[in-house]
Design a protein around this ligand. Structure first.
Ligand SMILES: [Zn+2]
Length: 460
């Protein structure tokens, strides 16, 4: 299996992902998605949205602001507790996460590091809103999209007349000032999440939790992740966050080069049963219960976040099942799982066997000869017609010989190449080449769209 280094090199070479602020030496923990990366990432998000919103009857979408009123993150508990323990070296001033420090590492100032005791370091990015930078104007960049969903529970409920169980889905950027961002887009300071808060009646939460674990696992596999590279990990009681009743993490084999197989896997998504913790935090007259048992009464919220249950004629606080996925991590998993190096007749090829739905480009139309008007014009016409009628991202490329053009499309995961040659001008047919099998088939131009539609399925 491919390791991270090869993926990083492919991503830079072919324009999937670049270091953020590269032109000025970079900004640690940030990455920019290039021409192909933005397509791939958008396709991951579209596939998720279709699966969890469009293809279900119990979901709504939402898109909340990134800047949040400080009170949201006070009562969610983030202001008080969203921190990692960190240690500093007294000699070289380097800072580490306490759980990640290598005690044998050499200090730049000689000998070993001289480390402080661990101290909490809040991971939220703080800023001020408005022209005056003072305490009252503090706001945070959201550290997760979830809180926006909880505080809009009542708005969504009242505007849609939903009945339990139902869920709210959101995709968006979140920010965490990680002490040690690392491993490419795996641990970063600005990232994107795909989160669902699924509201259920208390008592049905266990069943819904299991259902979501299955559904989310299957989503990755159906989009091409090999089951042996994806694991369900049920958190042990001592690992659970204090508000969670149960959490199952989906782990992907991001680090195949590690000797210990268990260490090869890390989280791509977590599915938590959060009970009524969050709605209790944010509801009018509610309270935040901290891990150490302290309670902070909510004296600011304006609405009750309750649900009227007609069966029992009671106002209840729903329980919440939260499938929370990282867009960047999912994108990385799809890249790693689809990467193959192969020996073929005329040498080596790198091929990304991406699911067609995820492939940045669906079809490449290639002229066998670029200096021939008839061939070039026909190819351009086919490209424009396919693009317009099907909506597939279709490209035209004549910047190299046909062999090289095929390799280039293989390497970026384009499922089909359509080649226009001299015979095309006579028989109105083109050669369609399959990325995975490299098999070539002659297809009439008139029948091309139907032919490709059958193979590309759901793609847009
Ligand atoms: Zn040091």
């Amino acid at each position: 299996m491919v390791d991270l280094d090869k993926i990083i090199s492919l991503c830079k070479r072919r324009g999937f992902i670049f270091q953020g602020s590269d032109q000025y030496g970079g900004l640690q923990g940030t990455w920019d998605y290039g021409p192909l990366g933005v397509e791939l990432k958008n396709n991951v998000k579209k596939a998720w949205w279709r699966r969890v919103v469009y293809e279900r009857d119990d979901m709504e979408g939402l898109d909340c602001a990134i800047l949040m009123n400080r009170l949201v993150l006070k009562y969610s508990g983030h202001e008080e507790t969203f921190s990692d323990p960190m240690v500093d070296c007294r000699k070289c001033k380097k800072r580490f996460r306490a759980d990640q420090v290598d005690h044998n590492e050499k200090c730049a100032e000689g000998d070993k590091h001289d480390l402080t005791e661990p101290r909490p370091f809040n991971l939220m990015f703080k800023t001020t809103v408005g022209p005056v930078a003072e305490e009252n104007n503090i706001a945070y960049l959201r550290p997760e999209t979830a809180q926006g969903i909880f505080i809009n529970f009542k708005n969504v409920l009242d505007s849609t007349n939903r009945k339990l169980p139902f869920g709210i889905a959101q995709i968006g950027k979140s920010y965490r000032n990680e002490i040690t961002p690392r491993n490419f887009i795996f641990r970063v300071r600005e990232f994107e999440q795909m989160e669902i808060e699924f509201f259920v009646k208390p008592g049905t939460d266990d069943e819904w939790h299991s259902k979501w674990v299955e559904d989310r696992f299957n989503w990755y596999v159906e989009l091409g992740i090999k089951p042996e590279n994806l694991r369900k990990y049920e958190q042990k009681p001592e690992e659970l966050a204090h508000y969670a009743k149960a959490t199952v993490d989906l782990l992907y084999r991001f680090f195949p080069e590690r000797e210990d197989e268990n260490k090869q896997f890390d989280e791509v998504e977590g599915i938590a049963n959060r009970t009524d913790f969050d709605l209790t935090c944010h509801t009018k007259g509610g309270k935040l219960v901290l891990a150490d048992g302290r309670e902070i009464p909510n004296t600011h919220a304006v609405n009750k976040l309750t649900y009227f249950d007609h069966e029992t004629n009671q106002h209840i606080l729903p329980y919440v099942v939260e499938p929370s996925a990282g867009v960047d991590r999912a994108t990385l998993a799809f890249l790693m799982d689809s990467y193959f190096e192969e020996t073929v007749n005329d040498g080596q090829r790198i091929v990304l066997r991406l699911h067609p739905e995820l492939a940045p480009i669906k079809v490449a139309v290639l002229p066998l000869k670029k200096n021939h008007d008839g061939i070039r014009n026909t190819a351009m016409q086919i490209k424009n017609t396919l693009m317009k009628k099907s909506g597939w991202r279709t490209v035209y490329d004549d910047t190299a010989g046909i062999g090289k053009l095929y390799r280039r499309q293989d390497e970026i995961g384009t499922p089909f190449c359509v080649t226009v040659d001299f015979d095309t001008l006579e028989d109105q047919s083109v050669t369609v080449r399959d990325r995975d099998t490299m098999a070539q088939e002659r297809v009439k131009i008139d029948a091309l769209q139907d032919y490709l539609a059958k193979k590309l399925g759901n793609c847009r």
